[in-house]
Design a protein. Structure first.
Length: 451
């Protein structure tokens, strides 16, 4: 249907007036199509670039974004903390754009040439040209470019992808459920990382003749690079620290009581760490009186974020010649503490010295598959002790890194003594709890359910 009355064309076929007349006489839908096709191509190219840009960002940049106060950077870190859902969202958006381009291009081609959907040869040629155009313009070019310039596009498109994530959430949720079901049914892996390659090589290397110590060291080497500070740190509730305002006579009995060589010193509360006291620095001044300014002996504290990998922290310890780091959360508060010994224990196993408490073990083994754990045990240590995969707990643990936190996540409340819950191969029973916290947890691991 013609929407406007025809105008007389100028003698010059290339005049601007002739172009305007042609557009005015064209159907509105056809004009809109001419605008939509290049727009959708450009939008598809941006989505392909976003796919490459998002997953090309180095881990150090993501750690910075997690601590950032800028909305775009914080939103980007949230998107990349759930990479499967973000990738599914981008795929759905690209699929919708490609389908729209396909329909519009064929509609325009049929309209301009007079061919019909029944003309197979013509349709094949259009499909081939469209395929080559999409691959080159919407896939190869943007991915090559944004692989070298990921940061700007990632920041710019984070709000757009976040909107798509909300809009497509029912479809992505269904897609991820189906993907998980298919993977479990056919024993497929959603990813195949270098760590998994190393794990397979380790499983093939270890024999029945290998000692428990050898197995533990090899397992520690395989998983070392993927462990974050938060997974193995000592929580703030378990930190021993001294008040900055203590006098030397008040301080010395505390040092003798705890027997630590390095101790954090705080002012007012544990979130305000002023420095680290090296106890050996006090040796020349043991006879000094209460007026001695022992605070001048403090060393500057080294703060690290919860997301830092322990492999990177070990390098920092070596370069800075420090043995202790204070772990801080996104708000700058003290989250925990980690020492050089804690990192080394991840490779060689637990290191005991004459000052370690032998009376309060982290767990008690009842039989081959049943344990009673202190609820403060980290989930990483829990998986090492039970011989199960940490990845099995990642989807359900939320932000928690302790067994007590996992119980709160599973029960959605503070469970009472005797409460039970099943999760994969684990059968958890609350062994002891009070009105404020879980104290100990009994765990039975079903060996036939461990894949």
């Amino acid at each position: 249907m013609v929407l406007f009355r025809p105008y007389i064309l100028e003698p010059d076929p290339y005049s601007w007036q002739n172009l305007a007349v042609l557009l005015i006489n064209a159907e509105a839908a056809q004009v809109l199509t001419y605008i939509l096709i290049p727009f959708l191509l450009f939008f598809s190219a941006l989505l392909s670039g976003a796919e490459k840009a998002f997953f090309s960002l180095p881990e150090e940049t993501l750690d910075t974004f997690r601590q950032s106060t800028r909305k775009s950077e914080h939103r980007l870190s949230i998107l990349l903390d759930n990479p499967r859902r973000t990738l599914a969202t981008i795929f759905f958006a690209k699929g919708l754009a490609y389908a729209s381009v396909l329909c519009l291009v064929f509609w325009v081609a049929w309209r301009l040439t007079g061919f019909t959907p029944h003309d197979g040869g013509f349709n094949f040629l259009v499909a081939l040209l469209l395929f080559l155009s999409l691959v080159f313009l919407a896939e190869i070019l943007p991915k090559v470019y944004y692989a070298h310039h990921p940061l700007g596009l990632a920041r710019a498109l984070a709000p757009v992808i976040n909107i798509f994530r909300i809009v497509f959430s029912p479809f992505t949720a269904l897609f991820l459920v189906l993907e998980t079901a298919i993977n479990e049914r056919f024993k497929l892996k959603t990813t195949h990382s270098p760590i998994e390659d190393l794990q397979e090589a380790l499983d093939a290397t270890i024999t029945d003749e290998s000692s428990a110590e050898e197995k533990e060291i090899l397992q520690g080497l395989v998983t070392f690079g993927s462990i974050s500070v938060k997974q193995i740190m000592r929580s703030r509730l378990d930190i021993t620290a001294f008040d900055y305002n203590l006098t030397l006579p008040e301080l010395i009995p505390l040092i003798e009581e705890w027997n630590y060589s390095r101790v954090p010193v705080y002012r007012d509360n544990i979130d305000s760490i002023e420095g680290i006291l090296y106890v050996r620095s006090l040796l020349p001044y043991l006879d000094a009186g209460p007026d001695f300014n022992w605070q001048k002996l403090l060393h500057a504290p080294y703060f690290v974020p919860e997301s830092k990998k322990i492999g990177d922290l070990l390098k920092d310890f070596q370069e800075m010649h420090v043995h202790l780091a204070i772990v801080v959360d996104e708000y700058g508060g003290t989250s925990g503490l980690l020492t050089l010994e804690d990192i080394i224990e991840e490779i060689v196993g637990e290191i005991k010295d004459e000052f370690d408490d032998e009376d309060e073990p982290e767990y008690t083994r009842i039989d081959e598959n049943t344990y009673i754990f202190d609820a403060k045990t980290s989930l990483h240590s829990f998986c090492k002790i039970t011989g199960t995969s940490y990845e099995k707990l990642e989807e359900v643990k939320g932000e928690n890194e302790s067994l007590a936190g996992l119980m709160l996540e599973l029960f959605a409340r503070i469970p009472q003594t005797g409460s039970e819950v099943m999760l994969g191969p684990y059968h958890f029973t609350i062994d002891a709890a009070d009105s404020k916290k879980v104290i100990t947890v009994k765990v039975h691991v079903a060996p036939d359910k461990i894949s």
